[in-house]
Design a protein around this ligand. Structure first.
Ligand SMILES: Nc1ncnc2c1ncn2[C@@H]1O[C@H](COP(=O)(O)OP(=O)(O)OP(=O)(O)O)[C@@H](O)[C@H]1O
Length: 346
């Protein structure tokens, strides 16, 4: 949901003229979240003691189903929603005590463009820069617009742009004050494949230039394609934070599919101890195994099939995608899931 962006907090703008960075939690940590909880006025607890460090220069994907707490978390980091408990520092600045300094390190690309319909692209992006107290820099704005293929639209009113162009304006606005950190909230929602790929190219280029990128998404393929690390949030709890490759390797399962010479009606009882399943048409057997195990059991399985006279004409293995991992994580009750995940990642 998109609600929190509408609220702008002004209370902290006044006493932040000469902010001093809080002690950095680690040289390569650009955002540090500690013990963050949020209970909305309705009494609903949207975040439950979240701890998270974002590393300088990484692409971090925050994955979670609808209502998991992604928008709440980034809205607190960006200073648009107050936390009930806990602290956040961005680029070394406390997001409450040194709101202005912390906020100016951050660019936020929200899901939708709410205002500026009658302004030109140039005016709206330049105005955004001014909001952060930065001196005008037409050369920089020109570069941003050119990088985003918006230069030839600079004098066009926002209302006359296509959906994809409006998206790019949102990104240009977020980059207008040269932030070190860029948040992209659901960047692919309602975006066609071409624009999605264009956006990914741009995100990678920004990372190459040193910007730290945090994106929230429901689309696992987005995280799989783009992220260096992944955090999975579910029901307000951050249940996993891991390098993408490690997450896929450690929680991943592989499947071995054997195409049978002769279709089977049912699995022989003698093979009952194996985690096997037979396809509905009886033409293939699937064996699921854990990539973590030293002994996958494949050799013994093939011997057992041989002993029972089950011949196959083809076999292939496939790895579980991040999607499979994600679905299995978020569909377990939280307590058991955290326990299982910790064991798997140990
Ligand atoms: N202002 C609010 N008052 C009460 N509850 C809220 C408010 N804003 C969000 N919530 C609730 O907090 C929970 C987390 O919402 P949030 O928008 O952070 O989730 P999300 O992971 O971003 O979801 P989505 O993927 O649907 O955007 C949801 O149950 C939502 O209904």
């Amino acid at each position: 949901m998109a609600t929190p962006y509408a609220r702008r907090r002004t209370t902290h703008l006044l006493h932040t003229m000469n902010p001093t960075p809080a002690t950095a939690p680690g040289a390569d940590t650009i955002i540090s979240v500690r013990g963050l909880s949020k209970t909305y006025a309705s009494g609903f607890q949207a975040l439950k003691r979240v701890d998270l460090d974002i590393r300088r220069g990484e692409i971090f994907a925050l994955l979670g189903p609808n209502g998991a707490g992604k928008t709440t978390l980034i809205s607190i980091i960006c200073g648009m929603v107050n936390a009930s408990e806990g602290t956040v520092t961005a680029d070394g600045f406390d997001t409450v005590r040194d709101y202005r300094a912390a906020r100016s390190a951050i660019g936020l690309v929200p899901q939708e463009l709410h205002t500026d319909a009658f302004e030109t692209v140039w005016a709206t992006v330049s105005f955004s820069r001014g909001l952060f107290g930065k001196a005008p820099d037409p050369a920089y704005i020109e570069k941003v617009l050119k990088d985003l293929s918006l230069w030839d639209k600079k004098d066009t009113k926002i209302m006359a742009l296509s959906g994809g162009m409006k998206r790019r304006v949102l990104i240009a606005k977020a980059l207008s004050h040269e932030p070190k950190i860029l948040f992209l909230d659901e960047p692919s929602a309602g975006v066609d494949v071409e624009l999605r790929h264009e956006m990914w190219r741009m995100v990678r280029a920004l990372r190459e230039a040193g910007t730290t990128i945090i994106l929230t998404t429901h689309y696992i393929e987005e995280a799989e394609d783009m992220a260096d690390r992944i955090g999975v949030i579910s029901q307000g709890e951050l249940i996993v934070v891991e390098e993408k490759d490690v997450l896929m390797r450690k929680l991943g399962k592989k499947q071995l599919t054997l195409t049978l010479q002769q279709p089977m009606q049912q699995l022989p009882e003698a093979l009952g101890r194996w985690p096997l399943s037979l396809t509905a048409d009886g033409h293939a057997l699937t064996y699921t195994f854990d990539t973590q195990q030293e002994d996958t059991g494949i050799a013994a399985l093939l011997r057992a099939l041989n002993e029972h006279g089950i011949d196959f004409k083809d076999l292939h293995s496939s790895e579980s995608s991040l999607e499979d991992i994600f679905v299995s994580l978020v569909h377990q009750p939280n307590a058991r899931r955290q326990d299982d995940t910790q064991k798997a990642l140990a």
